[in-house]
Design a protein around this ligand. Structure first.
Ligand SMILES: [Zn+2]
Ligand SMILES: [Zn+2]
Ligand SMILES: [Zn+2]
Length: 140
């Protein structure tokens, strides 16, 4: 991804351009998988934790990243496709590889099954996490 495209992407999400934001966004685009705060800390030792944390937070607020619920208490973040500053809107599933531990956003629409919830429960959305063996692990 080109520098100018990254810049444009930040602008479109009403984010001021900083080195840290540019670097973090470029890294997400390059990796094409979900990343945790720890991944960013390991990768970007030149930035302090607070700066990285704020960057993640602003990306999530402004529709660049979404939090993917993890099972270990450490959340991972995935790139949004076409969310904007106003709101997040996606209905893709998440795939967690039991072999390498990687989480990915899988961009196929998910049919939300008709669930019969108890009376007075109203569903607003659903997180679908599929566990299995990913493409990379399968080809090795
Ligand atoms: Zn989103
Ligand atoms: Zn894997
Ligand atoms: Zn996702």
């Amino acid at each position: 991804m080109k520098y100018s495209e990254l810049k444009q992407s930040l602008k479109n999400h009403k984010l001021r351009i900083t080195d840290c934001r540019m670097d973090v966004l470029a890294y997400f685009k390059e990796m094409q998988r979900a990343l945790s705060f720890k991944d960013l800390e390991d990768k970007f030792q030149e930035y302090d934790r607070v700066t990285l944390y704020r960057t993640l937070h602003s990306f999530e607020e402004n529709g660049l990243l979404h939090k993917i619920p993890g099972d270990s208490g450490s959340a991972v973040y995935g790139l949004c496709n076409d969310c904007d500053v106003e709101s997040h809107h996606h209905n893709h599933m998440h795939f967690k590889c039991t072999s390498c531990g990687t989480t990915e956003c899988i961009d196929v629409p998910v049919e939300i099954p008709a669930l019969s919830l108890p009376k007075n429960y109203k569903m607003t959305d659903m997180d679908v996490i599929v566990n299995g063996v990913c493409n990379t692990c399968n080809s090795n």
